[in-house]
Design a protein around this ligand. Structure first.
Ligand code: SAH
Length: 345
């Protein structure tokens, strides 16, 4: 069965040839799938019944089923546990802000990267998500939240998006398709732990999205201790790649730095962060997003008491810095708390 939601419009047009359908038919079906969010061929009432029957033989429309929904105390965050067609589960988080709503989507079932502060990889890696499964997190959640919609997307849920490169790029192409959901990639942020070769590949595609890079430490030994990926791509290599990314795309890099009490939150860390970034990156080519660490059961890390002072040092040195507002921590929906196998235990 062909996963029809993962096909681009031109691929769908090719599929219409053996079915002897006029050209406009592909666009009509594509709009049913991506604009009207149809979940069955039966809904496509302006297409011939014979065609719908033929489509059902070769194509499937994937679906996500809601297994559980949790709403935060403040009512501003909703976490969905979605079941996939093969029984695997993923989490998606809807967040409402004053300026609009954003959606945090997962890119893999599980994760290989094993960052020690993050719950997403604790149960290992199971499989990549298809482009359709990423789109469906948006489509399904918007249906639930209707009439509210999502004005921005962050690919910061479970998984390392650049480890599922082709599917994530296809997802982005479908997302921005004018005949589909038609979302500008200016409203999309993709977060990576730093797969350098993939960052270089992404750079060549010159997409308008925001690249967020999980840095979290200022020396190789400290970064390797909490993020195993640093043994493959060290900080120097990562920052060189980030500088090149900015040079080619003109898009500012957002460096994520999760502050962990007594681990990476000292004054000396802040000073070194300024030095490191200033040495490798031009001013104005990046900003730093500080994330107060969110506690997960498996690790003994605690929240830093030094967030304000840390931010102050960066600011004073002229480094653009923001502190990420924690949302949904009470329902385990905050950064690093999303999982594959369980739901808020
Ligand atoms: N795989 C991607 C997306 C991860 S989630 C990446 O590594 O960037 C988005 C951000 O949350 C990343 O910066 C990640 O390092 C961070 N994060 C993970 N666990 C966290 C935790 N327990 N507290 C705060 N931030 C965390």
């Amino acid at each position: 069965m062909i996963d029809i939601l993962s096909l681009t419009l031109s691929e769908l047009s090719e599929q219409m040839v053996p079915l002897k359908q006029p050209k406009y038919r592909a666009k009509q079906i594509f709009e049913w799938l991506h604009k009207k969010k149809a979940s069955s061929f039966e809904e496509m009432t302006d297409t011939p019944a014979q065609l719908r029957a033929a489509l059902k033989l070769d194509f499937c429309i994937k679906s996500l089923n809601i297994q559980k929904t949790l709403v935060s105390d403040r009512q501003d965050t909703v976490k969905y546990l979605y079941g996939l067609d093969d029984g695997n589960k993923i989490e998606t988080v809807f967040m409402s802000h004053k300026h609009g709503n954003s959606l945090c989507i997962s890119s893999q079932v599980g994760c290989k990267m094993a960052c020690c502060f993050c719950a997403s990889g604790m149960a290992g890696f199971i499989r990549n998500l298809s482009p359709s499964e990423m789109l469906l997190q948006l489509y399904q959640t918007e249906k639930q939240q209707s009439p509210a919609n999502c004005s921005s997307i962050v690919i910061m849920g479970v998984g390392e998006p650049l480890d599922n490169f082709d599917n994530v790029i296809r997802f982005l192409r479908l997302l921005e398709s004018p005949d589909g959901h038609n979302m500008s990639l200016r409203h999309v942020s993709l977060s990576t732990c730093g797969l350098v070769e993939r960052i270089d590949e992404l750079r060549e595609l010159k997409m308008g999205l925001t690249l967020s890079v999980s840095l979290h430490a200022v020396t190789d030994s400290e970064r390797s201790a909490i993020m195993p990926i640093n043994q493959r791509y060290n900080i120097g290599r990562l920052l060189t790649s980030c500088a090149e990314y900015y040079k080619h795309t003109g898009r500012r890099i957002s460096f994520e730095y999760s502050l962990i009490n007594g681990v990476n939150d000292g004054t000396e860390h802040a000073d070194e962060l300024v030095r490191l970034l200033s040495a490798k990156m031009s001013r104005g080519s990046f900003h730093v997003n500080l994330i107060p660490i969110n506690v997960i059961n498996e690790v003994k890390f605690r929240k830093s008491a030094n967030v304000k002072a840390f931010a102050g040092i960066l600011e004073k040195s002229g480094v653009a810095v923001t502190v990420r507002r924690t949302m949904g921590a009470d329902i385990n929906a905050a950064c690093g708390q999303l999982r594959t196998t369980s739901f808020s235990d």
